[in-house]
Design a protein around this ligand. Structure first.
Ligand code: IPE
Ligand code: IPE
Ligand code: MG
Length: 254
């Protein structure tokens, strides 16, 4: 069971152990260059590669990337299908690289909405990288924070139908153990590129005490320097988890 930031004080360090990123601004990056939005998505894949490599090198244990939200189906059909094609391509081309880098890939979200070929590629990539433990890369695809809480609630009750008669037994840990990313600690650092300051239905449960960093940089332009700037900012944060500053100073390392 992972530490819950609302039940215990998590141990923290200068480098965030878990980084969660909303990769936003691909479309605007392209429009600024008079290119189709899709060109921005293609360029965004390169930024994903950079982020994975850099996080691995800087000692991050968990990197979680928001690739496609449960609301992104509302986009024009041709943009949605291009995004699906890019996802297929990335899975076909990048798995060898992930192996070399010791990266374990997991995909979270309602995968049942994807075409069978994409689902197969996801399961294969997850299986073939399952032994890697240098960096845990999670891609959120057809993911929504509300979907996650709902599916966790349904699974919790399905696994224990008697719970409805024992409501006091339901606690945070019990529900959290059914969340799509139950294996990971809560994110320490959230980054959103592209200038918007909102969560857009990302990890709504898990971000309760995460430090939130927003940058105007568009995702295709996000590289090592921008990531390091975010980490520098993170180092300056005092993570109090509800306590006073004086209390934080008397329990070093936490
Ligand atoms: C993020 O970039 C990628 C996805 C949501 C798939 P956007 O496509 O949202 O880019 P902007 O926000 O329109 O610039
Ligand atoms: C959030 O970006 C989702 C992803 C980056 C995958 P959006 O561009 O979809 O978010 P909104 O619509 O601006 O809130
Ligand atoms: Mg956007």
């Amino acid at each position: 069971m992972k530490t819950s930031s609302t039940r215990d004080i998590p141990v923290t360090s200068d480098t965030p152990r878990h980084v969660a990123i909303i990769m936003d601004g691909n479309g605007r990056w392209a429009s600024k260059r008079l290119l189709p939005r899709t060109a921005g998505h293609a360029k965004g894949v390169q930024a994903v590669r950079r982020a994975v490599e850099t996080c691995g090198r800087l000692g991050v244990d968990y990197l979680t990337l928001f690739a496609f939200s449960s609301e992104n189906w509302r986009r024009p059909a041709d943009e949605v299908s291009l995004l699906m094609r890019l996802f297929v391509q990335a899975l076909e081309r990048e798995v060898t690289k992930l192996q070399e880098q010791g990266v374990r890939l997991r995909v979270i979200g309602d995968l049942s909405a994807f075409e069978p070929r994409l689902q197969d590629l996801i399961f294969q990539a997850q299986a073939s990288t399952a032994q890697n433990d240098k960096l845990n890369l999670t891609v959120a695809a057809n993911y929504g924070g509300r979907w996650d809480i709902l599916q966790a609630t349904r699974n919790m009750l399905a696994g224990n139908p008697g719970l409805a008669q024992d409501l006091a037994a339901i606690d945070e840990e019990m529900l959290a153990s059914h969340l799509a990313m139950a294996w990971a600690p809560e994110p320490d650092l959230f980054i959103r590129t592209g200038g918007e300051q909102r969560i857009s239905n990302f990890l709504v449960w898990q971000l309760a005490y995460t430090e939130l960093y927003f940058t105007d940089c568009y995702w295709p332009d996000f590289g090592e320097a921008e990531l390091k700037a975010a980490f520098e900012w993170y180092r300056t944060r005092e993570r109090r988890f509800g306590r006073t500053s004086a209390q934080v100073h008397t329990s070093p390392g936490h």
